[in-house]
Design a protein around this ligand. Sequence first.
Ligand SMILES: C[S@@+](CC[C@H](N)C(=O)[O-])C[C@H]1O[C@@H](n2cnc3c(N)ncnc32)[C@H](O)[C@@H]1O
Length: 296
Amino acid sequence: MSAQPPEQDYQALIAAEGAVWGAAARDLAAKWRPDWADMQRTRHYAVVDGRHIRQLLALVQLGWRVLEIGCSSGCISLEMARRGAHVEGIDVSAEAISIAQAYAAEHPPRGSLVYRLADINRDPLPESHYDLIVALGVLHHLIDVRAALERIRAALKPNGLLYVSDFLETPTVNALIVGAFTLLLPAELSYRDKIRHLLRLRTRAVERMKASMETRGFSPFEGSGRHQDSLQAVRGLFHVEWVHIHNAFVRPVTANLAMPERLAVLIGQLLSPFDELAVRLRLLQGLSYKLIARRA
Ligand SMILES: C[S@@+](CC[C@H](N)C(=O)[O-])C[C@H]1O[C@@H](n2cnc3c(N)ncnc32)[C@H](O)[C@@H]1O
């Protein structure tokens, strides 16, 4: 468990967390509608996570009660509600929630959909209530992952499902590979600046690359839960039915590409089979995991 900041600091930090993610949601919504129909064409989903989101969507049954934690601007919650589920999307970002609400009001789904501001570190959840709880890229932001998972477990109906997508540690070799691709392929920095940085940082460049891959410092709680081994914590509290470890380098390499989206998607799709093979043959460790677990 990470150290808990004093109450006053916590309130300021969680407000800042919401503000950072609100700005990110606003920037994203300026380019892409918060709708799975559009979002699945972005490099992140088209290259890395799209098939897992489709797998998650295929789980959702008509009439299910579903909670999405850290729903941001809501495209996955909306898509689950379109499948006839009764969905609640929660997030600490008021701005992300209001983008989600505005879009859903214009595109009402078949099921029901409520977005609300809530903090999974603190706010209570109803007991034995949900058929499915979804946490995509959020556990690594939590100050006490195990305590949150205990409350998530209590909020699921007996036999209810948990779907998690999150990150593992970043091995040095992965950082070296991502660094090499970032050096070779067009990125935000010019080639001259990239070489300059490399000469200046030397061996510290690897640590810098790791920090950039983990987006350390991006928001106040970015990475708070990263060292708490969320995968192990889920295994200790739930019956894990399926787990997939993947993405040795393709996600950060693709994210760093400075080029039109379609070209970035193409390059990511060309690299993906090599990434998958390297993880399957255990030549490289995956940086991300997905899992489906059941409340026993
Ligand atoms: C990395 S983003 C992931 C967003 C989205 N789930 C996705 O996969 O694109 C993390 C999200 O979790 C939210 N978040 C962070 N801490 C939270 C908390 N304690 N309770 C609820 N949401 C939180 C952030 O505001 C942000 O929208």
